[in-house]
Design a protein around this ligand. Structure first.
Ligand code: TYM
Length: 332
C-alpha cells in the first residue's frame, strides 16, 4: 500500500517584497516539497497588521506575494496556495488557542521583544499574541512539517507546547508539528552587517536583496557587501561576511565551499562579489519573468486565490469543529 503523504505548511508575511533570505530560507524549499507532501502555502496577511500598514500598499503586496509563490514554481493544482485572511478559521482557532497559551510563554518570545523595541508607540495585543495565530495556522492543517528559517523556530516550539497541552487535556486533536530547516540557508545575513539576519524592515537599502530587484541593482548590492580587511575567500572563523556570501553563492550555484575556495584562490573579494551578484541575478531571473506574466493576469490570480481559499477551508474547518466539540461548545 502506498504510504500516505505527510502534511506540510508554511506562510510568508506580505509586509514587503520577499528578500533573498525569504527566498532561500523558505520559498525555494517549498517548491522542492510539493511532489512529496500535501502542501499548504500561504500569505500571512493577518499577521502583517501587527505593524501599522498602508492599506493600498498592503493590498498590492498581498497580490504580489501570492503571484510570487506561483512564479517561484508552486503549482496551484498541486499545492494549496491561499491567503490566510480568506479563511476565517485561522482567527477562530487562534482565539481558542490563546486560552491555552500562557502570558509568560508569550512574554519570552524574542520576536515580540525585538518588535516592541522597534515600534515602542504600537506595542499592540496582536503583536503579543502573534505566535498563537501562527500556531493556529499550523495546527488547522494538521501539519507534520513546517519549513521555515531559523528565526521562526521559537514560534514553532510554542506551537508544539500548545499541542502537548491541548492533546494532554482532550486527546489526539492536533498533529505534533516539526520544523523543516535547510541548514545552509536557514539564516541569510544582512549584506551590510553580517551579524544581523537579512530582514524586511532593515532601513539600509543595501542590506537586503529583494527578489524583484533588477540585475544591476543585485550586482551593485553584492559589490557593496560588507566583508573584512583580508583578501582570501574561505570559510574561516571571524569571516562572517564572506561566509554569508559563500553560503549564498553555494545556494545559487550548487557548488560546495571547497569548490568555491578553489575557484577563487588567489583572486580578490571584488571578483568573488561580482560572481555572487551574477549568480543570484541568474537564479532569480526565471522567477522574475514568470512573475511579470502571472501578475499581469489578474483574473487568473483571483481565480487561484478563490480556489485556494476553498481548498484550505475544507481542510481547516474539520479541525476547528473537532476543537469546538472537544472544548464543549454546542455545534450543529
Ligand atoms: P516571514 O514573512 O518573516 O518570513 C518568511 C519565511 O522566510 C524565513 N526567513 C529567513 N530565512 C533565512 N534567512 C533569513 N534572513 C530569513 N528571514 C526570514 C522565515 O523563517 C520564514 O520561513 N511568522 C512568519 C509567517 C508565518 C508562518 C506561519 C510561518 C505565519 N504563520 C505558519 C510558518 C508557519 C513570518 O513572519 O515569516
Amino acid at each position: 500500500m502506498e504510504e500516505q503523504k505527510k502534511n506540510m505548511l508554511s506562510l510568508i508575511q506580505p509586509t514587503n517584497t520577499p528578500h533573498l533570505g525569504n527566498y532561500l530560507g523558505a520559498m525555494r524549499n517549498w517548491v522542492k516539497m510539493q511532489n512529496d507532501y500535501n502542501c499548504f502555502f500561504g500569505i500571512a496577511d493577518l499577521h502583517s497588521i501587527t505593524i501599522r500598514q498602508d492599506p493600498v500598499k498592503l493590498r498590492g503586496q498581498i497580490k504580489e506575494s501570492y503571484a510570487l509563490l506561483i512564479a517561484a514554481g508552486l503549482d496551484p493544482e498541486k499545492s494549496v496556495l491561499f491567503v490566510q485572511g480568506h479563511n476565517p478559521t485561522h482567527a477562530e482557532l487562534s482565539w481558542v488557542l490563546s486560552c491555552y497559551t500562557q502570558f509568560g510563554e508569550l512574554s519570552r518570545m524574542t520576536q515580540f521583544k525585538d518588535k516592541s523595541a522597534k515600534h515602542p508607540d504600537n506595542i499592540n495585543a496582536g503583536l503579543f499574541t502573534y505566535p498563537v495565530l501562527m500556531a493556529a495556522d499550523i495546527l488547522l492543517y494538521q501539519a507534520d512539517y513546517v519549513p521555515v528559517g531559523q528565526d521562526q523556530l521559537q514560534h514553532l516550539e510554542l506551537a508544539r507546547n500548545i499541542v502537548q497541552r491541548f492533546n494532554g487535556i482532550y486527546g489526539d486533536v492536533f498533529t505534533m508539528p516539526e520544523g523543516y530547516i535547510t541548514k545552509s540557508t536557514a539564516k541569510v545575513m544582512s549584506l551590510q552587517d553580517p551579524s544581523k539576519k537579512m530582514s524586511k524592515s532593515d532601513e539600509n537599502t543595501n542590506a537586503s536583496v529583494w527578489v524583484l530587484d533588477d540585475r544591476d541593482t543585485i550586482i551593485r548590492k553584492f559589490k557593496r557587501a560588507v566583508t573584512d580587511s583580508e583578501t582570501e575567500v574561505c570559510a574561516r572563523e571571524g569571516k562572517d561576511g564572506i561566509i554569508n556570501l559563500m553560503s549564498i553563492y553555494s545556494a545559487a550555484t550548487d557548488k560546495s565551499f571547497e569548490d568555491i575556495e578553489r575557484e577563487f584562490a588567489g583572486k580578490g573579494y571584488g571578483e568573488f562579489k561580482l560572481a555572487v551578484g551574477e549568480a543570484v541575478a541568474d537564479m532569480l531571473a526565471p522567477m522574475q519573468s514568470e512573475f511579470k506574466r502571472v501578475f499581469a493576469d489578474k483574473s487568473y490570480l483571483e481565480q487561484c486565490m478563490k480556489e485556494g481559499a476553498e481548498k484550505a477551508f475544507k481542510v481547516s474547518r474539520k479541525t476547528l469543529s473537532k476543537v469546538y466539540k472537544k472544548v464543549g461548545f454546542v455545534t450543529f
